[in-house]
Design a protein around this ligand. Structure first.
Ligand code: NAP
Ligand code: 8YV
Length: 379
């Protein structure tokens, strides 16, 4: 008996979360497994209604799309669609505009702004990967009756583990010591003692939300005093609250940022805060690059007005300022917070689950605060 599930052409590697997520809903045809791809596509030309593209290096051009007259949707990995032939890009968006009701965002490096969303008049939901959502204009979405979802909680412990790793690496210079050993220098002389230790430090956390609490719990276990700055004191934690960041920077010697990005936190770690932190000061940024005034941080490090920094995030990722790259006293991670296969799969799954729950009429699982469910009427 013919199945009434729509036929989908899966292009690129069958990533488990995507392939398994699609399998119960669609007849999935895996291009990668075809002996003769041309013949395989020709045999499916009259059936395929959608492409699922699992990597953004696969060119989706007009010539390819025109081979599938029933094609309605190209669901691509990544929100960037620059792998779709530039001259076809507008046509592509226009072609799907009156059908698209949802966007699945699998990486947070592209903006989902009003200009993009307004091109899709039937859009109801943007299901995004990652807990941070400063890449989306959620205000615009909320005003236009579109719900945005993120992937909170499932990554808390992983990001907290990474934060402790980055803190330890920065304070005790572990990456530098490892480079020293690999350069064959240990046989000549011991690596120098680290000038810093966690033993005499107080960590001033900027942010005490889901991930902040998981980091603070680890610091408790390490015997490191914690204080924090947020806009609102959180009565559920025992740490001292500072309503003003500047006051906390004066009292603490280590700042660890784990707040959302966006205008509310833009450049909150600025020259004044760095000077208040002082020459023993260490800055750990697990939040977003925008939270730190990067040029001011570079100057403070160059002029030794603070001791060092450990950074997981940058203003213009994946570009890292050459001044930071050249410094020995900083530790630089390539945005690793949640980057284990185990945790990323949980985040991917929540992107799928939000869409599936919405499609089943039950509402999305984790809408962001700015776009509560059910949405207000379209403005
Ligand atoms: P959350 O539970 O919403 O916590 C956010 C915390 O930041 C709250 O304590 C909040 O307290 C505080 N905050 C918000 N705006 C503030 C402001 N203007 N000034 C001072 N404090 C402010 O979020 P989460 O799940 O812990 O995630 C936090 C952020 O971490 C994400 O948004 C993302 O940017 C970042 N992150 C990075 C990675 C990575 O890979 N490096 C991974 C995951 C998350 P108040 O509301 O009381 O101010
Ligand atoms: C993401 C993150 O992996 O969840 C977040 O906010 O920063 C990371 O966990 C990163 O945004 C890559 O898309």
């Amino acid at each position: 008996m013919a199945s009434d599930k729509p036929d989908i052409l899966l292009m690129g590697p069958p990533k488990p979360v995507i392939a398994n997520g699609l399998a119960p809903l669609f007849n999935v045809h895996r291009l990668i497994e075809a002996q003769d791809r041309e013949a395989f596509m020709a045999s499916l030309a009259d059936k395929v209604r959608g492409f699922a593209v699992t990597f953004s290096n696969i060119p989706i051009d007009g010539k390819l799309m025109s081979r599938f007259p029933r094609l309605e949707i190209v669901a691509s990995f990544g929100v960037g669609y620059d792998h779709v032939d530039a001259k076809d890009r507008d046509a592509f968006l226009a072609q799907i505009a009156d059908r698209v009701r949802g966007i699945a965002v699998t990486f947070t490096n592209q903006r989902i702004d009003g200009a993009l969303m307004s091109r899709l008049p039937r859009l109801e939901i943007v299901s995004s990967f990652g807990v941070g959502y400063d890449h989306m204009d959620v205000k615009w979405a909320g005003e236009h009756g579109i719900v945005a979802t993120n992937t909170p909680e499932v990554l808390n412990e992983e990001v907290a583990d990474t934060a402790l790793g980055l803190l330890l690496c920065t304070v005790r210079e572990f990456p530098q010591a490892e480079r020293y050993l690999r350069a064959g220098k240990w046989v000549q002389k011991n690596y120098p003692l680290s000038s810093a230790t966690l033993r005499d430090r107080t960590v001033g956390m900027i942010g005490m939300g889901r991930i902040g609490k998981a980091i603070a719990r680890r610091l408790d276990a390490f015997g490191v005093p914690v204080v924090y700055h947020t806009r609102n004191a959180d009565r559920s934690v025992p740490y001292r609250h500072y309503p003003r960041l500047l006051d906390m920077a004066r009292d603490a010697d280590t700042l660890l940022a784990i707040v959302p990005g966006g205008p509310g936190t833009q450049n909150m770690i600025n020259a004044e805060v760095l000077d208040a932190l002082g020459s023993r000061g260490i800055v750990i940024n697990m939040a977003r690059g925008s939270v730190v005034d990067e040029p001011a941080l570079i100057r403070a490090l160059e002029e030794k007005r603070i001791l060092s920094a450990g950074l997981d995030v940058y203003v213009n990722e994946p570009e890292v300022p050459p001044e930071l790259m050249a410094m020995e006293n900083v530790v630089l991670f390539p945005h690793l917070g949640s980057a284990s296969d185990w945790t990323r799969q949980k985040m991917d799954q929540l992107v799928v689950d939000n869409l599936a729950s919405w499609a089943a009429g039950k509402g999305p699982l984790t809408p962001v605060a700015e776009t509560p469910w059910p949405p207000k009427k379209r403005g």
